[in-house]
Design a protein around this ligand. Structure first.
Ligand SMILES: Nc1ncnc2c1ncn2[C@@H]1O[C@H](COP(=O)(O)OP(=O)(O)OP(=O)(O)O)[C@@H](O)[C@H]1O
Ligand SMILES: [Mg+2]
Length: 254
């Protein structure tokens, strides 16, 4: 689903953030990116979301080479990727409903569908009934869950999260991780950048460790997911994709 081939990223100030990074993340995998501050974790996520382009090498997401996408294809590409930020980036003066609905509004979803979809997304994160509340009236953990509802409402096949639990205590962080696991269970590919090694260890998921812009292989654990074996070409294959139709039914699966 996500493939980096010898990717380097140099920012305009000359800073070489990533050096010759190659990695493959299979459809439906949940992967943690770890590494010290400045190692390059956010840079990897930005390259996946096409917020940045590689200086050298190739980034392929869902079969699309991000360097070769024509500009008219970029909005549709970005809609395939849900983004969760550490500080959730909610609009403080808009109620929860508007914040969660935003990606659908941008995508031109008919208004009559919005209400149903927003309620389904809020239900998934355990916040049904909070539609009219302003973000500032919610706890930090609830705000983070609103951010996750917004990230998944358009049913993206890929979800990336940059330090999504950085502002949460351990209990809330575990709750957020369980939420991510449920999205993984319905086929969403998830990449989470985090400093929190205890969370990573408890999750038992694959870890990609970045050190000074490079993948440090010695710390990659469980590199072969049990359901989707890695092969040199597998990241590029066109598969059937995740079963996103089942996302709204998450509540019922509990
Ligand atoms: N827009 C930018 N312009 C210039 N340099 C940047 C930019 N973004 C990141 N960098 C530099 O690239 C390197 C990698 O940054 P990145 O944000 O990817 O690290 P990180 O692993 O996410 O760190 P943190 O854990 O602190 O968030 C750092 O040295 C950083 O200063
Ligand atoms: Mg970062």
């Amino acid at each position: 689903m996500i493939r980096f081939e010898r990717v380097s990223k140099r920012y305009p100030n000359g800073r070489e953030a990533l050096l010759n990074v190659s990695l493959a993340i299979e459809p439906g995998e949940m992967v943690f990116l770890t590494g010290r501050s400045g190692a390059g974790k956010s840079s990897v996520l930005k390259l996946i979301a096409l917020l940045e382009r590689p200086t050298r090498g190739t980034v392929t997401v869902d079969g699309a080479n991000t360097s070769r996408l024509p500009s008219r294809a970029i909005p549709a590409f970005r809609r395939k990727i849900g983004v969760v930020f550490q500080d959730h980036k909610l609009l403080p003066d808009r109620p929860v409903f508007d914040n969660v609905a935003l990606p659908l509004l941008v995508a031109g979803t008919p208004l009559r569908e919005l209400d149903k979809r927003v309620r389904a997304a809020l239900d998934q994160v355990g916040l049904l009934g909070k539609e009219r509340v302003l973000p500032g009236e919610l706890s930090i953990g609830e705000q983070q869950r609103v951010g996750i509802a917004r990230a998944v409402i358009a049913k993206p096949p890929v979800l990336i999260a940059d330090e999504p639990t950085g502002n949460l205590d351990h209990g809330l962080a575990l709750e957020v991780m369980r939420l991510f696991r449920r999205f993984q269970e319905v086929g969403v590919t998830i990449v989470i950048a985090t400093h929190d090694l205890s969370l990573v260890q408890e999750s038992g998921q694959r870890v990609i460790h970045i050190d000074n812009g490079q993948i440090s292989d010695g710390l990659v654990t469980a590199p072969v997911p049990p359901t989707a074996p890695e092969s040199p070409s597998s990241g590029l294959r066109a598969g059937p994709g995740p079963d996103l139709g089942s996302l709204p039914n998450l509540q019922a699966r509990r």
